[in-house]
Design a protein around this ligand. Sequence first.
Ligand code: ASP
Length: 343
Amino acid sequence: MRKTGILFLFSFLLMGGWLAAQVNPVTAVSKGGGDKRWVVVVHGGAGGPAKGTMKPEKEKQYSDSLGRALQIGAGILSSGGSSLDAVEAVIRFMEDCPLFNAGRGAVLTNDGKAELDASIMDGKTGKAGAVAGVTIIKNPITAARAVMDKTPYVMLAGNGADAFAKAQGLQIVDPMYFITPERLEAWKTAKDKIRPEQPAPTSAEKEKKGTVGCVALDSYGNLAAGTSTGGMMMKLSGRVGDSPIIGAGTYADNNSCAVSCTGQGEYFIRNCAAYSVAVQLVYGNKTLEDAAHFVIFDILKQKGGEGGLIAVDKDGHIAMPFSTNAMFRGTVSAGAQPEIKIY
Ligand code: ASP
């Protein structure tokens, strides 16, 4: 009798596990804590050339770097780390990688300088931090995190933000550190074609790409999002895009989702793009996929704004819509292989 009871309990547990696997998008057990589910999604910017026009070696470089970024996030989350730490570490890596338009490798302003924007948001506490127009901070995402953790503010800008980072002991570099030969070349070519007062897309401007972002769900059910960028090629010095603006370029809330955007920032700001995804889940009862698609195509594209976003919801569903030719992106989750896509 006792034996039958134990057998029954065992089959019940097995069945429960099987059922959960059918319902949850990410179910595999990792070494993490909490309920053992975790997800990392990264983007390396929307825009860029049409399929088939990018050199295969270049495509490989981007894919390899996205793969390394996913590995970093996965390493943190699979050993029980927080989504916030994963987002910061992934973005730090991408800021250091000269391929992307963030940190070293940022696009340049009309007067040939790198002015960097970044933000981070913690879905558990609702706290957020951002820096805008910074010029000497090696990793703007870490400065954004310091604003969140160490001040009562959400955003610091310009010289004040640079001075704050210095005072916090963050790594400071010469402004020339950010300027790669490739970006300088692109700046020289674009200089005569783009008028910063009129940010309408030109063919040269459409070449811009490479803002970076990361969203993550950790094994404790906490969401986080972060975004970092050099902004738009040939932007007027002083211009700030959506990336450091909470609700526009970045948003995270444990009750809905985490979002990081990339594209023509002015459209994302005017339409509160990142928050518009989250709010549809909370008040509109939409799926993440539908909400994200709606923002990119039915709101932004309708108004002439191009770009994309990455998002993960509290249940681990992922959405990555984009209206441009390409968006560098990748995902990895507990028990699943990393996936990287460009087109
Ligand atoms: N959204 C960024 C900005 O407007 C640029 C980008 O994502 O490509 O500054």
